[in-house]
Write a protein that binds this ligand. Structure first.
Ligand SMILES: Nc1nc2c(c(=O)[nH]1)N[C@H]1C(S)=C(S)[C@@H](COP(=O)(O)O)O[C@H]1N2
Ligand SMILES: [Mo]
Length: 392
């Protein structure tokens, strides 16, 4: 029995094709869309983005048609300015608590060993606001491993934290509360920065990245160099890198300690406890991306990411959870998994569609009323189950 992959269709007789297409209906590969396929738009379209300078080019879920997000469709976030960097004069400094401080040119770094990773980058604020649904994309990132650069620089014994600085900068004001009656605002110009523990920074998958989907890193995504930290939320992936500094203390700047901090109210032994935690690793999540119609057949197509995916369940209205078909044709450790579910004979009218992902350790993406989500008083790490509405 020959393997009837799609290519074989071309050289097989018409009768065989007819028999095969009739028996197996639509192929399990969700992408690319088929000729004659139509996308039914969601009813709950997001409102206008109130911060178009900071959050640009959000993913349009209905247009999701490939596993990798094309560079011109990839979202970008800039909390300060969007620097334009001359690659000829640009340098990356590696300093602080190292035996051999270094300064690399782009050529130096591109001459080092090349490594690639397909990684789904999501802003931890994604789905935290009604207008923010498209702060996510998947790309093939290429660069040189960070670990070897740090090892060659020789981290000194008291170096525990690795700080990554961007070229972008802004003014920060901190209310310095003294223990007495004195309170004073301190204004300072700060470069965008985030840090990781030395152990996290030494992860062999971390890249000093200069290439995205086969092209030089586009300016909005960090040209000429950014950190790619697979498995971490977007915020850790510092763009427009200029300096890496090893330090003896934790970094407590705005984007580590004040912003991108999740605040949760928990009850422990009847007592209310508030927790404040810095956003870090990505969390398990899934969404329905689009509903398609072809030859009178309907299909829900979506994505799941944030952890190795075992299963995705889909619920239509208040019906049972139905297991989706996982598209195994394109998968990678740190990339989203595409799934689909055939929707048999939807009734005309309004419907809701909810997806939930289950990872390979059996963990389930939390429901919106799960205490993990319901007791969260900030919009970061919004990985609760997403419900979309549609009119059929
Ligand atoms: N230098 C710098 N790096 C940054 C940011 C920034 O404002 N400045 N934003 C971060 C945030 S919040 C996210 S979600 C990701 C987004 O990456 P992208 O713009 O390539 O999509 O970049 C991160 N890296
Ligand atoms: Mo972000």
């Amino acid at each position: 029995m020959p393997d009837l992959s799609r290519r074989d269709f071309v050289i097989t007789g018409t009768a065989a094709i007819a028999a095969l297409t009739a028996s197996q209906a639509i192929p399990v590969h969700a992408f690319p869309s088929q000729p004659g396929e139509e996308v039914i738009p969601w009813l709950d379209q997001p409102p206008a983005n109130p911060v178009p300078d900071a959050v640009a080019n959000q993913l349009q879920w209905e247009q999701l048609n490939s596993w990798l997000t094309p560079n011109d469709k990839f979202f970008s976030i800039a909390h300060y300015n969007r620097p334009v960097i001359d690659a000829e004069t640009w340098k990356l400094e590696v300093g602080g608590l190292v035996k051999r401080p270094q300064a690399f040119t782009l050529k130096d770094l591109m001459a080092r060993p090349r490594q690639e990773v397909v990684f789904t980058l999501e802003c931890s604020g994604n789905h935290g606001h009604p207008w923010f649904l498209g702060g996510i994309g998947t790309a093939k990132w290429v660069g040189t491993p960070l670990a070897a650069v740090l090892a060659e620089a020789g981290v000194l014994e008291n170096g525990i934290e690795v700080v990554f600085f961007g070229a972008d900068a802004g003014e920060e004001i901190v209310s310095a509360l003294a223990s007495g009656p004195v309170k004073r605002d301190i204004k300072m110009r700060q470069h965008f920065a985030r840090s990781m523990s030395l152990a996290d920074a030494m992860n062999p998958d971390n890249l000093l990245c200069y290439e995205m989907n086969g092209a030089p890193l586009p300016p909005p995504n960090g040209f000429p160099m950014r950190l790619i930290a697979p498995g971490w939320y977007g915020i850790a992936n510092i763009k427009w890198l200029t300096r890496i500094e090893v330090r003896p203390r934790r970094l407590m700047n705005r984007y580590m300690a004040r912003d991108y901090v999740t605040i949760r109210k928990e009850t422990r032994d009847g007592e209310t406890v508030w927790t404040e935690t810095s956003v870090g690793r990505a969390l398990l999540k899934s969404v329905a991306a689009k509903v398609t119609r072809k030859n009178g057949q309907f299909r829900i197509i979506g994505a799941a990411w944030g952890a190795p995916i075992d299963r995705v369940d889909v619920r239509i209205d208040q019906g049972p959870w139905q297991p989706a078909t996982i598209d195994r044709s394109e998968q990678a450790k740190y990339a989203w998994t595409i799934w689909s579910l055939d929707w048999k004979d939807p009734l005309p009218g309004e419907h809701s569609i909810t997806a939930r992902a289950i990872d390979t350790t059996g963990q389930m993406q939390p429901a919106m009323d799960d205490p993990q989500i319901a007791n969260k008083h900030t919009y970061w790490e919004s990985n609760g189950q997403v419900t979309r509405r549609i009119r059929m």
